[in-house]
Design a protein around this ligand. Structure first.
Ligand code: ADP
Length: 289
């Protein structure tokens, strides 16, 4: 379990997070969505202990990230958006780093590399950007760490690799793990991430499981029933595509990009009220503008 309680953080003078609250539970693949600059990377770094909150409490499986205890570090893996790999072979990298992760699986690492159509490579620093990303994702997912943080994992992957990545990621989720994927490429993670957390300007605007979403909202194309409370709409093929309150008949499956646009366009209509429990018990107040 990861508990973020009343976290405050700022880089220089401008506050980014103020009293941020969130709980992440094992067995979930969280999608952290937000525009560029929303604070996604900063939140990931706080969870890893790479940044320290100025106030509040942060606990990852009972440990405080910024203390960086060995047992904490061996149970966590971050794949940053940008990274360098050392000038060593893939085999040497594995030999050096795998022992740091007691739950590392050589079989799964090899299976992931095969899925990505990447042989255990020679000099890692000579790989292309996309190949480096595949290598680190394959390694990170095979560490068996209970907390995986993937920052914009699909950036730099080509279309087949995005599909391979989705397959690998789905195979790695189990009841003990928390996978937190930050992305602004909403489409790449569709039908994979659940719950969805939408961050904007350092605030959580939305945090719900897909099941919660469909019991609170419906997406309808065309005519609306009388009294429908429309939270967002746009024109698609000459008809209104609307996000409306309530579970209504004829609702279309969730379109993440549409939800994202709705929430970031009218954040006031999706205000999270009580402490956000991103695994399902979010209580919301919808303020109608
Ligand atoms: P995201 O990952 O959602 O794109 P970031 O967490 O990288 O957002 O950035 C959130 C905000 O913090 C942005 O306004 C960014 O300019 C600022 N920021 C990020 N890193 C630093 C830093 N090292 N020093 C000062 N400001 C920073």
């Amino acid at each position: 379990m990861i508990e973020i309680q009343d976290i405050t953080f700022q880089y220089q003078k401008k506050p980014l997070f103020k009293d941020l609250e969130m709980t992440l539970k094992p067995g979930n693949l969280y999608g952290l969505l937000g525009k560029n600059g929303a604070g996604k990377t900063t939140l990931l770094k706080l969870c890893c202990g790479l940044l320290y909150p100025q106030a509040g409490r942060l606990s990852v499986f009972g440990r405080t990230p910024h203390l960086r205890q060995p047992a904490f570090l061996s149970d966590l893996f971050l794949v940053p958006e940008e990274f360098l790999l050392p000038p060593v072979s893939g085999a040497l990298y594995r030999q050096m780093l795998a022992p740091l992760y007691p739950a590392f699986s050589a079989e799964r690492f090899e299976a992931h590399l095969r899925e990505f159509e990447l042989e255990l490579p020679g000099r890692l620093d000579r790989l292309s950007h996309g190949q480096k990303k595949k290598f680190l994702l394959a390694f990170g997912l095979a560490t068996g760490a209970r907390f995986l943080l993937l920052d914009e994992p699909t950036n730099g992957l080509d279309i087949p690799a995005k599909g391979q990545f989705r397959k690998i990621l789905a195979s790695e989720l189990d009841d003990s793990r928390i996978i937190l994927v930050s992305t602004h490429q909403v489409r790449d993670m569709e039908h994979l991430i659940d719950p969805i957390v939408i961050l904007d300007s350092g605030k959580i605007l939305f945090s719900q499981t897909l099941e919660d979403f469909s019991s609170h909202y419906s997406i309808l194309h065309g005519e609306l029933p009388d009294g429908a409370v429309v939270l967002y709409e746009e024109q698609v093929l000459g008809k209104s595509l609307s996000l409306v309150e309530g579970e209504l008949p004829g609702a279309l499956p969730l379109d993440l990009e549409f939800l994202f646009k709705a929430v970031t366009t009218h954040p006031d209509r999706f205000t999270t009220a009580a402490p956000v429990d991103a695994a399902g018990s979010t209580r919301k107040e919808v303020a109608h503008a």
